[in-house]
Design a protein around this ligand. Structure first.
Ligand code: SF4
Length: 339
């Protein structure tokens, strides 16, 4: 049984806009899944829906099986327990998530006292262990958030997420606010913890390069759907869906001066969920769209071993990733001019 299985998940906000549409995902213990896509593609909504953290009035359908138990069908008491002991979230921007007027040790100890029914002494001991696990001295438990650096605060957020020994960690842009050196340290720390404790990790980022470096598998979202999914390195290096290809090409590659000085990009923005285009929702921006794409919304199809992509071109010689050794001319033309 998979640690997490998401089946046909659809999230519709009050007002009628579907921000996530029919998403299927699987994650095993010890696996790291990256969720990529531009802002507004539904990544964070999907992550919050997994633990029913969305505002009231939001309609969530489908199944979220955590160790075989459907989170969407649980009673609220069970959901509250699962939020710490089954799965927990590391949010971006630790300063917004930590309480500025409480010592970090007290904030880490709170879920241990509440959900583990630990004694104060036991919670204090566990807090010290958690801080050391994330590379901070146990004595820092007495510090207030403003007394720590950005990287230290993010480590505290990770310690807090681990407080009740969850099986799954959902990290929403955990390093976006950090400089590259600290970002690398935090990513290595997360990787280490996942490996040591056999956790499952879902990491959300708009930065495909970070996800490709950290995760085993990548799912690229566009307009609320997963448009490509597969082994992280394959999706990053050789995407089959034109959107995933463009997203990947937007990041300069180390050792490739051409990509550094003329990174490719994609004009326009993702569509408003309340006014999705007909057919393939990517067609207004797709550099290789066919006429039929305005009418036909392609279902995900096999795009190689353990890969799938939702594009009519997948499996044809016209698919971007299947034009061996050749960059699609249309994608070339879509590059913004270099200043
Ligand atoms: Fe582009 Fe058509 Fe494929 Fe959509 S289905 S990504 S519009 S080629």
């Amino acid at each position: 049984m998979s640690l997490l299985e998401v089946r046909d998940l659809t999230v519709t906000y009050a007002g009628g806009a579907a921000a996530v549409r029919g998403v299927d995902l699987r994650l095993d213990a010890g696996q790291k899944l990256g969720l990529a896509g531009e802002s507004g593609c539904g990544k964070s909504t999907l992550a919050l829906a997994l633990l029913r953290l969305l505002p009231s009035g939001t309609r969530v359908t489908g199944e979220v099986l955590l160790d075989g138990e459907d989170v969407l069908a649980m009673k609220w008491g069970r959901v509250r327990a699962v939020r710490w002991a089954g799965a927990s979230v590391v949010f971006q921007g630790a300063m917004h998530s930590l309480n500025a007027v409480h010592r970090i040790g007290d904030q880490i100890a709170e879920p241990i006292l509440l959900h583990r029914k630990a004694t104060p002494a036991g919670a204090k001991r566990k807090t010290g262990e958690l801080l050391e696990q994330v590379g901070l001295p146990a004595a820092r438990a007495g510090a207030y958030p403003h007394e720590l650096s950005g990287g230290q605060r993010q480590r505290v957020m990770i310690a807090m997420a681990l407080a009740c020994d969850p099986r799954l960690i959902i990290a929403d842009e955990p390093t976006t606010a950090l400089d590259v050196m600290i970002q690398a340290q935090i990513l290595r720390l997360i990787e280490q913890l996942v490996a040591d404790q056999d956790l499952g990790l879902i990491m959300i980022s708009h930065d495909l390069a970070v996800l490709a470096d950290t995760c085993d598998r990548l799912a690229v979202m566009y307009a609320g759907r997963v448009v490509e999914e597969g082994p992280a390195a394959k999706v990053y290096e050789d995407a089959r869906h034109p959107y995933a290809k463009a997203l990947s090409a937007a990041f300069p590659r180390i050792g490739d001066p051409a990509s550094r000085f003329a990174p490719q990009g994609l004009a326009g923005d993702p569509p408003d969920p309340a006014a999705l285009p007909s057919g393939c929702t990517f067609h207004p921006r797709c550099p290789v769209a066919l006429e039929s794409c305005a009418e036909q919304d392609p279902a995900p199809r096999a795009a190689g071993p353990e890969r799938r992509a939702a594009c009519v071109l997948v499996g044809t010689p016209e698919s971007p990733g299947e034009r061996t050794g050749q960059e699609p001319e249309a994608l070339e033309e879509a590059r913004p001019s270099t200043p």
